[in-house]
Design a protein around this ligand. Structure first.
Ligand SMILES: *Cc1c(COP(=O)(O)O)cnc(C)c1O
Length: 377
């Protein structure tokens, strides 16, 4: 075979991102919504398909959806930019503000995609690790950001996978300390009821990311959006893929947004289940669990990888294994799925722990009540 010359040197040693998307009966590993969008939304999407033109290119900037989001947020449409999932925007940040000779300030452990995108664009990564208890070293972050050579700072709020919101006063001090583009990743913001949106008018360097993949049940379609000042959005317009938001995602996104109120009770239920799951995990011997403002919980257990494997092999319960990720030794992350999914997870976990200890570990408060599939439909 005639050989091909090497690809770019910076990607030579990269291992492709693996979402660990294994088939399982109880799939609580990717922080998805356990429910499809409500029936009213599905009906409206179906009605919209009646005169849907598959042969036409989509509106490049998803103008209708852009205007709807802007109106809800009380900002100009020029401050909103939808994209092909949050992931497209996380890539475009590095196309516009990253690259060789430029630097990302990353607060670890966090979503691995930030550093991954930095790597493939040749952006240098400067890491400020969290404490053993996953608290942000606020002074160290601000001190480093204020040195003047950082181009991008990312703060997950709530942070994936640790689940914690960043402190508002800290984020404001950070924004004041640097002219770097500061991304506040609010992919799980709907579960925390907090947003940095009110500060957009005061900070040209503030960028906020949201997605339809979590609270809005559209992970299968790829839709997200950023909120920023027009001067920042303009830079994204230069690097984005022109037709990144396909017409079907635009239709579905508009239907979801129009019926946002229907998602609120679901978000409330997830938050309540999260608290019940947190309270229960705290009682399981040998489990250390961190509080969360998102739709997942991070917990630590001895020999976590073995626990993960038994959960999957023996019970077909898939959680996310972070046990070999830097700073996350023996940590697993469980998505707040449906009550039934969580019951199966907890029963399996209690059996595994019970077997280790050689005694029964009981699960209280998760009795098998009959639940409606989707009680708000
Ligand atoms: C899920 C997620 C996103 C966005 O994901 P998309 O599905 O591409 O919209 C962004 N940031 C974090 C931390 C996430 O977990």
């Amino acid at each position: 075979m005639r050989p091909v010359r090497p690809a770019r040197a910076v990607i030579a040693d990269i291992v492709p991102y693996d979402a660990k998307n294994l088939p399982a009966d109880v799939f609580i590993s990717a922080n998805e919504n356990p429910d499809n969008p409500p029936q009213e939304v599905l009906d409206e999407i179906e009605a919209g398909l009646a005169d849907f033109r598959f042969n036409r290119y989509p509106d490049p900037l998803a103008g209708t959806l852009r205007a709807m989001i802007a109106e809800t947020c009380g900002i100009a449409p020029e401050c909103v930019l939808p994209g092909n999932g949050g992931d497209e925007q996380l890539f475009n940040i590095f196309m516009a503000w990253g690259g060789p000779g430029r630097k990302l300030l990353n607060i670890t452990p966090t979503f691995s995609i930030y550093a991954y995108n930095a790597m493939i664009t040749g952006t240098e990564v400067v890491e400020i690790p969290r404490s053993d208890d996953f608290k942000i070293d606020e002074e160290a972050v601000i001190e480093r950001a204020s040195q003047g050579d950082i181009d991008i700072v990312v703060v997950g709020s709530p942070n994936n996978p640790t689940g914690d919101l960043a402190d508002e006063a800290f984020m404001l001090r950070l924004l004041d300390s640097t002219d770097a583009l500061v991304l506040i990743d609010e992919a799980y913001g709907e579960y925390s009821a907090f947003s940095m949106l009110p500060h957009l008018k005061d900070y040209e360097n503030l960028l906020i990311l949201h997605t339809f993949s979590k609270a809005y049940s559209l992970a299968g379609l790829r839709l997200g959006y950023i909120l920023a000042n027009p001067s920042v959005i303009d830079e994204f317009l230069k690097v984005r893929q022109n037709y990144s938001i396909d017409a079907f995602a635009q239709l579905a996104g508009e239907c979801c947004w129009r019926h946002r109120d229907l998602f609120m009770p679901r978000i409330g239920r997830t938050v309540q289940l999260r608290e019940e799951l947190y309270a229960t995990l705290r009682t399981v011997p040998g489990v250390e669990v961190w509080p969360s403002d998102a739709n997942y919980l991070l917990f630590r257990i001895e020999n976590a990888h073995e626990v993960w494997k038994t959960l999957y092999d023996k019970y077909s319960v898939l959680v996310r294994d972070f046990s070999s990720a830097p700073g996350l030794k023996d940590c697993l992350r469980v998505t707040v799925g449906s009550k039934d999914e969580l019951r199966r997870f907890l029963l399996a976990l209690c059996e595994i722990v019970g077997e280790r200890l050689g005694k029964n570990v009981h699960l209280n408060g998760w009795e098998d009540e009959q639940e409606g599939e989707d009680s708000d439909a």
